[in-house]
Design a protein around this ligand. Structure first.
Ligand code: TIU
Length: 238
């Protein structure tokens, strides 16, 4: 292996600091879509104040830029459905009393439908050419997607997880990843919720009990680890 492939970083986190091998670490940015972050999309139709998610954009952008500079695998996800709704369970479409339902026409196109303006990722975090974009019909990024196969192909064992919302798609994805053997490090300020108390509790649920689902860190700690010289740059293997 080359030195670059074995470079490690030590990320300050809770409940413990965590060492990562950068070549085995992917940045996963969950559902930073206009449908969740901007007025007129799915999040607002559910009755939410979408401005509450804005706090995650700038920290995510800094981590994304650093991950690109370090050559990490970058994965973006988008929640949404096919135009014919064949992958949208009626139980999801019919639930609650939103102002517009999934598939209805809205100011950013049909709500939560692939290919519509609202379904796309916000400009500040737009995927670069060649970055992986996972379109997912559910809350978890592993359900009905190729994410597991893609991570395996790239030899990934650790996920840096960002995105929205903390207690819904971020938590669901972290739980799926945990059961599949991935180490998840959730970046607190790179996540957000329409319910600030759910954001806090959602993070506590991950790091409690010795890190029952993973670790919680933040953009500052991850940026520091990415830009600090590796504590153990070489392994014995040639
Ligand atoms: N409503 C809510 O908080 N979230 C979602 O519906 N999807 C995601 O979290 N992406």
């Amino acid at each position: 292996m080359t030195q670059a492939q074995t470079e490690t970083g030590l990320i300050a986190a809770e409940p413990t600091d965590v060492e990562v091998v950068w070549s085995r670490t992917a940045l996963v940015i969950i559902d930073m879509q206009r449908d969740f972050l901007e007025p007129g999309g799915f999040g607002e139709t559910l009755g939410n104040d979408v401005s509450l998610l804005q706090s995650a954009v700038a920290p995510c952008q800094m981590v994304l830029q650093a991950a690109r500079a370090r050559g990490l695998l970058v994965v973006h996800t988008r929640e949404g459905h096919l135009p014919d709704l064949s992958d949208a369970p009626p139980a999801k479409i019919e639930r609650g009393a939103p102002s517009l339902r999934i598939g209805d026409p809205g100011p950013m196109g049909r709500i939560l439908i692939r290919g519509e303006a609202g379904h796309d990722i916000v400009p500040a975090l737009y995927p670069a050419a060649g970055e992986i974009v996972i379109d997912k019909p559910g809350k978890g990024a592993f359900y009905a997607t190729a994410l597991g196969d893609i991570l395996k192909t790239h030899g990934i064992d650790t996920l840096l997880v960002c995105g929205v919302t903390t207690e819904v798609c971020v938590n669901t994805t972290v739980r799926e990843a945990n059961d599949r053997g991935y180490r998840c490090i959730v970046l607190d300020d790179c996540c957000a919720s329409y319910f600030p108390q759910f954001h806090e509790i959602g993070l506590q649920m991950i790091k409690a009990q010795g890190g029952i689902f993973g670790w919680v860190s933040g953009s500052t700690a991850v940026l520091a680890a990415m830009t600090t010289a590796s504590p153990q740059p070489l392994t014995a293997s040639a």
